[in-house]
Design a binder for this molecule. Structure first.
Ligand SMILES: [Zn+2]
Ligand SMILES: [Zn+2]
Length: 359
């Protein structure tokens, strides 16, 4: 054993005189680590330092405990394993290495690029920003501006989340404008956004704000809440409005259903599920989001249109699958408000908010 240590120190010119001694839980563990390295034909410190962590781990009989012991021992001697040219990148949003983290590209205006860095990626500036200034639509604020291609390392999940924010912002603006057009001169109801789309790092949202409010609240002339809206946006249409084929089923995470119920109870008013169809239109090389269809579902109609509750494919979340017939074009909302809403409102006061799904 001593010989091995001597041999390791003697052959390495890089150590500052310190012996590389494998420690772990006691001498026997240290010996076991040495033996494993020797058996894997690693007989000198130089040879060890030429390996990266992935290569070391791939040697026969070398497990994660041995690897971390080797790394810790080398670190004590001021040494480290070689850098891995195929090391996984760290996702800028969830701040951990991820095998599927790669350079993701976004066309962003200057203020949205700063907001991404400051609010979503822990002040990490982009890995790369194009020097070319393009007149096009910002992928976040959806405004026609001078934009530049900006890249960060992101995992697939975080990339999808970040991309959905621009669509979500466009969708919220679309709802506000449809609401204004639909109710112009006919209603005292004013819409306010209560849960705006925000850039934030993963997990930086307390469960408390999560359940307490809907996306929008409509107030009467005295400022009293009358109803809430939970907005979902997607690329597909439903019957009676929108562009292209209608989706066969509407899936909603059961946690989203629970959020609607929780918001209705907190606000003590009915909360309606609203679906906005938001599609991308090319303004090469950028894309503009455009809202082209809007529908609402009356909460009392949801349970009777429930087809199944099951696990989403490849995910750990449960979703409720509804027949799309529960939705009506939003153009019918003023008539519904006039003819049926107040009776529904009374029934909620009397019997509570209806069940939206059941297993
Ligand atoms: Zn922008
Ligand atoms: Zn991530």
């Amino acid at each position: 054993m001593k010989q091995f240590l001597v041999r390791l120190t003697a052959r390495s010119g890089r150590e500052a005189g310190g012996a590389v001694e494998f420690r772990g839980s006691g001498v026997s563990f240290a010996r076991a680590v040495e033996k494993k390295l020797l058996r894997a034909q690693v007989t000198s410190v130089e040879q060890l330092l030429a390996l990266n962590e992935r290569e070391l781990r791939s040697l026969p009989d070398i497990g994660p405990v041995t690897v971390s012991s080797v790394i810790a021992t080398l670190a004590e001697a001021g040494l480290s394993l070689a850098a891995d040219p195929y090391e996984a990148y760290e996702c800028a949003r969830h701040s951990d290495v991820a095998r599927d983290a790669e350079l993701r590209s976004y066309f962003l205006c200057n203020s949205c690029r700063d907001a991404y860095a400051q609010l979503a990626f822990g002040a990490r500036s982009p890995e790369w920003v194009s020097s070319e200034r393009v007149e096009g639509y910002c992928g976040h604020c959806n405004e026609l501006r001078v934009v530049r291609l900006s890249q960060w390392f992101l995992c697939g999940t975080c990339d999808r989340v970040v991309r959905s924010l621009g669509r979500g912002l466009a969708s919220a603006k679309f709802v506000e404008s449809v609401w204004a057009d639909t109710f112009r001169g006919t209603s005292e109801l004013s819409l306010r956004e209560t849960d705006p789309v925000e850039l934030r790092p993963r997990g930086r949202r307390s469960d408390v704000d999560r359940v307490s409010t809907a996306d929008f609240v409509a107030d009467d002339a005295s400022g009293k809440a009358v109803l809430g809206i939970e907005l979902k946006s997607g690329r597909s249409a439903l019957a009676g409005d929108g562009i292209g084929n209608t989706m066969p089923q509407f899936q909603l995470d059961t946690t989203d259903c629970d959020d609607i119920t929780a918001a209705a109870i907190t606000l003590n008013v009915p909360v309606f599920l609203v679906h906005a169809q938001v599609i991308g239109r090319a303004h090469a090389p950028t894309e503009r989001y455009e809202g082209v269809g809007l529908w609402f579902a009356r909460p009392w109609d949801m349970l009777q249109h429930l087809e199944a509750v099951r696990r989403r494919p490849r995910e750990t979340r449960d979703a409720a699958y509804f027949k799309t017939a529960m939705f009506r074009p939003f153009a019918e909302f003023p008539a519904y408000m006039k003819d049926q809403f107040w009776a529904d409102f009374e029934s909620m006061r009397r019997d509570g908010f209806p069940l939206l799904y059941q297993r």
